[in-house]
Design a protein around this ligand. Structure first.
Ligand code: NAD
Length: 364
């Protein structure tokens, strides 16, 4: 049955979600404080109507998506108790940190409202409606955290999001925030601090930026993402991040001592343990963070190189999950990382490419 869906916040995530919900034939009322985004979404047919007053629009809505900054999402949820509703309303959000949002949602007394927390774990370093795209969530993990265990409502939400082709997992807010702190928020803090450190050295070593290819670019890529979004995330998840930073500082002190004291054996053990753990990631089994199966193909920086590699796989009907160029510099061999959903495609692809004389390494 077609529903009336309000999407509040038509940026990267809200815009991309609206594109998918629209595909299913639902009626979309869009709301955004930025008139240009609202107008653009309307003119492109992503939304059917512009809702200038969010709370007024809710009287007609079956579903509300909150795709706003996290702090704003919390404020809107707080106001939902004062809205008079004539029919049931399913409310969901997309916030990257769940704790505060879910706490606020659990205080909702409006019994017309069912709240299901959501976090589509896919993004971009760009933001705003112009960065939105329908395939943003394809194969991405979409975390759901229902406030009360209302299975039929969760099913309804998943059906609404069917076109996203995301993979849904249910997690408690606590589990979600702990895990995302470890694998996403904390690494982002560190990546930004590494860039800050390089920036300081740039003053005395102007050639630094020309050397900062490969590894450095790889591990600091996330530092290029939308700063206001990450500021919001860090403060929302500071309960997890502050103790992690304390551990990290201790860890750095330990490393500093190893070097100062010439503790060669300890250093080797430290590096070996880290390598062993890293090589075991991502976990190649069903779970919250399912892994991909990667191959690494040596390539030369010449026009058409990537096309030729992909052509070999396409001709064999092998579909890939992800592709990334690592360490590419003019004239020097770069590495193409290609990810597959299963080990079968991984091995088959390696075999096919080796037959064409490509150097291929499989990540075990
Ligand atoms: N970007 C990512 O990688 C990513 C991934 C998953 C989830 N999220 C979550 O999605 C949410 C939105 O992030 P985004 O990346 O789409 O940001 P964005 O900046 O692209 O979009 C946010 C939109 O909300 C609008 N907005 C802001 N305050 C408003 C208000 N008070 N009233 C009405 N509209 C308002 C902005 O004009 C903008 O269009 C955040 O909660 C974030 O945690 C982001």
């Amino acid at each position: 049955m077609n529903k009336t869906v309000v999407v509040a916040g038509l940026g990267l995530i809200g815009g991309s979600l609206a594109m998918n919900i629209k595909k299913e034939g639902h009626f979309i009322l869009g709301h955004d404080e930025d008139v240009q985004s609202l107008e653009l979404a309307y003119r492109q047919g992503v939304i059917d109507e512009k809702a200038e007053d969010l709370y007024e629009a809710l009287s007609r809505a079956d579903v509300l998506f909150l795709a706003l900054p996290i702090t704003t999402t919390v404020q809107v949820i707080r106001k939902l108790n004062n809205v008079t509703l004539t029919k049931d309303l399913l409310v969901t959000d997309v916030s990257s940190v769940k704790n505060e949002v879910m706490k606020e949602a659990s205080l909702l007394t409006n019994d017309r409202i069912t709240f299901i927390g959501g976090h589509p774990m896919s993004g971009s370093h760009k933001n705003g409606f112009t960065a939105a795209k329908p395939h943003l969530f394809e194969n991405a993990i979409y975390v759901l955290s229902p406030v009360n265990d209302r299975d039929e409502k969760t099913k309804e939400l998943r059906e609404l999001l069917e076109a996203t082709k995301a993979r849904f997992v249910t997690l408690s807010p606590q589990e979600h925030d702990e895990m995302t702190a470890v694998i996403s928020h904390f690494p982002h803090l560190i990546a930004s601090s590494l860039v800050q450190q390089a920036k300081k050295w740039q003053h005395t070593h102007p050639e630094l930026k020309n050397l900062a290819a490969g590894g450095f670019r790889d591990i600091t890529r996330i530092a290029s993402s939308n700063p206001p979004l990450w500021q919001d995330i860090f403060f929302q998840n500071k309960q997890q991040l502050v103790p992690m930073l304390e551990d990290w500082i201790q860890e750095m002190t330990r490393l500093k001592e190893y070097l100062q004291n010439d503790s060669q054996e300890e250093t080797l053990r430290y590096l070996t343990e880290a390598k062993t753990f890293r090589d075991g990631l991502p976990v190649k089994e069903k779970g919250a963070i399912p892994g991909f199966y990667d191959i690494f193909v040596d390539i030369y920086d010449q026009p058409g190189t990537i096309h030729k590699v992909i052509e070999v796989l396409a001709e064999a009907g092998i579909s890939i999950k992800n592709i990334e160029i690592l360490e590419i510099r003019e004239g020097i061999t770069g590495v193409l990382r290609i990810s597959f959903p299963t080990g079968k495609e991984q091995e088959e692809s390696a075999l096919l490419l080796r037959r064409k004389n490509y150097e291929v390494v499989i990540e075990q």
